[in-house]
Ligand binder design. Structure first.
Ligand SMILES: Cc1ncc(COP(=O)(O)O)c(C=O)c1O
Length: 377
């Protein structure tokens, strides 16, 4: 027998999360998560799941039937989209302007498919002209994949234009909306997005670990007509949907749903619907303007040009001679405030300041500016 380890209960402090995610979770969401666990096929739970599906449809602005939450984080949502749609040997145009576009490439290649890369400089959006050139040069491409809001840089790409290009050239679009959902305009049906995934822990201000996804009728058709089985049993949408839809009033067991985490997502999306999507987009924009004015006053410069800046993820260069890690450690220790380090090409060069969901509010902006001013001085 190994001796039983004895620890005290884990009791984290209340941090103010202003990094690239997870973001501050709504108190109502934390309360929802701690409600009694019921069976995942309990009729009351199933009723909640029906509501949850319509809340996800509202957040994505879609009527897509195949809409649900993957029981795993955003990376699993990404993999769900690629593994269900892309078959070995197929060509995918993958746009790379940061860390997460590169992850799309890795997904495509691990699936035995071919990634045609459209590279854009870090901190810039995906260039529609470069995408069109790639679509023209690769008439056999079946998909266009890109990240709407690149969390590694803070750049917003024009999803509407990119999806219209995909359609024009006969491709299905696969869109990463992990950081964009709830923070900036996103209209799945109107923009003709075919497959989209997000994460619970960014602008939805829910607990981490869930990934809302949605597939258009055209994407569902592609899935139905696959010549090869979906490589992943767990992520196979045709199996998962038997649990997420009550066909003939019956749901069948696929996996044990993360019951309490789904209560949390239901509550966070309910709060989003109560606020109204457009109001939430506007709030993120307004808080970004207040933060931007303060950061500029401190002499901090943005990495991304104004036209493409994400309001929910503000990336600023670290001033010359300032110790990146020392500043972030002091913010955490003295102010309970977390901001994000730079990622990939921006590691050690930039900070990423998140204004996501419940975190996009005036008192957070004020605290962040005051703390940065004191620490930098
Ligand atoms: C744009 C983007 N895509 C995908 C992911 C992966 O999500 P997760 O960390 O929830 O697996 C992230 C996480 O930060 C992200 O920002």
């Amino acid at each position: 027998m190994l001796p039983a380890p004895r620890f005290t209960a884990f009791n984290p402090p209340r941090r103010i999360l202003m990094g690239p995610g997870p973001s501050d979770v709504y108190p109502e969401v934390l309360a929802a998560q701690s409600r009694p666990t019921v069976g995942h096929l309990d009729p009351l739970f199933v009723g909640m799941m029906d509501e949850l599906k319509s809340l996800i449809q509202y957040a994505f602005q879609t009527k897509n039937e195949m809409t649900m939450a993957v029981s795993a984080p955003g990376s699993a949502g990404m993999e769900t989209c690629f593994v269900n749609l892309v078959e070995p040997g197929e060509k995918v145009i993958v746009c790379r302007n940061g860390v997460f576009g590169e992850r799309m490439r890795q997904n495509v290649e691990r699936m035995g498919a071919i990634a045609v890369l459209v590279d854009n400089e870090w901190g810039t959006p995906v260039d529609p002209a470069a995408v069109e050139a790639a679509l023209k040069a690769n008439p056999d491409a079946k998909f266009l994949a890109f990240v709407h809001a690149e969390t590694s840089t803070g750049a917003l790409s024009d999803a509407k234009t990119l999806c219209a290009l995909a359609k024009q050239y006969g491709c299905l679009s696969i869109v990463d909306a992990v950081t964009s959902l709830g923070g900036v305009e996103l209209r799945v049906d109107e923009w003709g997005i075919d497959a989209i995934y997000s994460g619970s822990q960014k602008c939805l201000s829910c607990v981490p670990g869930l990934s809302p996804v949605s597939f258009s009728p055209a994407a569902v058709e592609k899935l139905k007509n696959r010549k090869t089985p979906v490589q992943s049993w767990f992520l196979d949408q045709s199996l998962v949907m038997a649990y997420w839809t009550s066909a003939g009033g019956k749901r069948s067991y696929h996996h044990t749903a993360p019951v309490n985490a789904l209560y949390a997502l239901h509550e966070s999306l309910r709060l989003l619907a109560e606020e109204g999507l457009e109001n939430a987009w506007q709030r993120h924009h307004e808080m970004h303007l207040v933060l931007r004015a303060g950061l500029e006053k401190l002499g901090l410069n943005f990495v991304v040009a104004e036209d493409y800046r994400l309001p929910q993820l503000n990336t600023v260069y670290i001033p010359e001679g300032v110790d990146d890690a020392a500043v972030r450690t002091r913010l955490l220790k003295d102010y309970n405030l977390e901001i994000g380090a730079g990622l990939g090409a921006l590691a050690g060069k930039a900070w990423r300041i998140g204004l996501m969901g419940f975190g996009a509010r005036r008192e957070n902006v004020a605290l962040c500016l005051k703390a940065l001013e004191e620490v930098l001085n």
